[in-house]
Ligand binder design. Structure first.
Ligand code: NG6
Ligand code: CA
Length: 505
């Protein structure tokens, strides 16, 4: 009897101790600011995820985020192309306010002012360690870049403590990785030279030597051939440093995982900027043929797998419940973006833009309305939100999350919406597509007249240009088929006034 009592007491004591230890551990985590990871895809469309309606493609790992977090139906990139969207994401400033925020060649200078407020700088000021892994495409250096020396200013000078990146895009030279400003694996006896206008003497090119192309160019992309893929721009030298396209996804994933493992004890911000499904689509052989949709579908499956692996790392390191994940894409989808890669031919019934009109480069919805998910295990309640949110709002919102304020930019503080606590988002947003702008306000979308072609024939995407005003009620007409500019002049006038006010006209 006594023995049993003693055992009971001992057991109770042990349990108490154990629960104290758990409580202590939890308190430590609770007291610590959450890690923030932005998983940013390149050209992934609103309809490319099964959780956003795709039936011909299965994206279980992206879906796990969407179904376990807040899935936004009105989440926007600021722009319909990469550079301006990334500019807005990192600076919180409308990209049409910066004339340099347009698709950049690999030799372009850095377009973020090193004195500017940025998302990583803001987080760093609150004790975060900050890192970029993946695609940069915001320019490097301040004029002429010498790729054989430290390249600066770049990501490190605008707030990233650690940066591992490709300079521009997978289809642009230089086709090498940089780590904190240095080209990785460069042999000093084989220096890199880059020229976006003229080829180097004696060098082959996609234009002159189509027989050497393993992936054929359709428009543009006919300069230097690297790994059988003709690129934009000419490159000489740097052989040992050139990346392997089929290993790029694994390579960036490993860098992202290593970063997490090395920085799990302090709050970190990781901008994981994946390259898929931008051209050239070069799935690892493990994923080749897996989607039945050709390389575009295959690299989406590859990206989905990478996200699953990345999430496993967060879990294994014990930090999943203390990490806020924001998932999105820099602009909408495109099929033929300059290579013959079966994206059109093997599409079948898949609709990369879902119900939306247009695509990459377009002022119609599919250009900028993208998959947008916030996920925080144990903190964010799963749900679907129709709040109007933009990637540009992460700066002010995350500032609120970490206990500071950011009010000097166009970024709006929408932390409650991002946490799924309210469906109240922005009142309005100016979206941009290759320097043209339009206004979303409430359920309405107004596109002012633009002279350009209605269709970009190369990519087969409607750009949103029309000689007349366009006005759509997106709630009733998500596919933008019914222009109400004539039938609702009051609404049009109200939209135009709001548009001019934001644009400062
Ligand atoms: C375009 C390229 C396109 C893609 C895009 C940038 C041509 C003809 N087209 O100029 O292939 O690289 O730039 O895409 O060269 S983005 O997602 O980085 O904005
Ligand atoms: Ca893009």
């Amino acid at each position: 009897m006594i023995k049993t009592k003693m055992t009971c007491l001992l057991m109770a004591g042990a349990m108490l101790l154990a629960s104290c230890q758990t409580a202590k551990k939890e308190t430590k985590q609770e007291g610590q600011k959450p890690n923030v990871v932005v998983i940013y895809l390149d050209d992934l469309g609103y309809g490319d995820l099964s959780s956003y309606g795709a039936t011909e493609l299965q994206t279980p790992n992206m879906d796990a985020l969407a179904n376990g977090g807040v899935k936004f139906t009105n989440g926007y990139a600021s722009s319909a192309t990469c550079t301006p969207s990334r500019y807005a994401l990192l600076t919180g400033v409308y990209p049409w306010k910066n004339k340099s925020a347009k698709i950049l060649p690999g030799t372009a200078p850095l377009i973020i002012d090193t004195a500017q407020v940025t998302l990583p700088k803001m987080l760093r000021s609150q004790g975060y360690q900050t890192a970029l892994v993946g695609k940069w495409h915001l320019g490097l250096g301040s004029g002429h870049v010498n790729w054989n020396e430290a390249v600066s200013p770049g990501p490190n000078e605008v707030g990233f403590d650690y940066a591992y990146y490709m300079a521009a895009t997978q289809d642009r030279v230089p086709t090498v990785y940089l780590e904190n400003g240095m080209v990785e694996g460069l042999d000093p006896n084989d220096p890199i030279e880059i020229d976006y206008k003229n080829n180097f003497e004696g060098q082959t090119s996609g234009k002159d030597n189509p027989e050497l192309c393993e992936m054929m160019w359709h428009h543009g992309h006919n300069s230097t051939i690297v790994n059988g893929v003709p690129r934009i721009g000419f490159m000489k030298g740097g052989e040992a440093a050139k990346w392997s396209d089929i290993d790029m996804a694994d390579h960036f994933l490993a860098k992202a995982q290593d970063y997490v493992k090395a920085h799990k004890d302090a709050p970190f911000f990781l901008y994981y900027a994946m390259q898929q499904p931008h051209v050239p689509r070069t799935p690892h052989p493990r994923f080749e043929g897996k989607s039945g949709m050709g390389p575009r579908g295959d690299v989406i499956l590859e990206a989905d797998w990478c996200i699953g692996e990345f999430m496993k790392t967060l879990e294994e390191e014990g930090i999943l419940e203390n990490t806020l994940i924001v998932f999105s894409s820099d602009n909408g989808p495109v099929l033929n973006d300059g290579y013959y890669d079966d994206a059109v031919e093997k599409l079948g019934t898949h609709t990369p833009a879902g119900p939306l009109r247009g695509g990459k480069y377009s002022l119609f919805e599919a250009g900028t309305r993208v998959p947008f998910i916030t996920y925080w295990k144990g903190t964010i309640q799963p749900g679907v939100s129709d709040a109007l949110v933009c990637q540009m709002d992460l700066l002010a919102s995350l500032a609120k999350l970490v206990g500071t304020q950011e009010a000097t930019t166009d970024s709006e503080e929408l932390m409650d919406a991002l946490m799924g606590k309210t469906t109240e988002g922005r009142e309005s947003l100016v979206i941009e597509a290759t320097t043209r702008t339009a206004l979303r306000k409430g359920d309405w979308l107004m596109i002012p007249p633009y002279k350009g072609a209605r269709l970009n024939k190369h990519v087969n995407i409607e750009l949103g240009n029309d000689k007349a005003f366009q006005l759509y009620n997106l709630k009733e007409d998500i596919g933008q088929q019914n222009n109400m500019a004539d039938s609702n002049p009051e609404k049009l006038a109200e939209m135009l006034e709001a548009f001019k006010a934001i644009r400062g006209e």
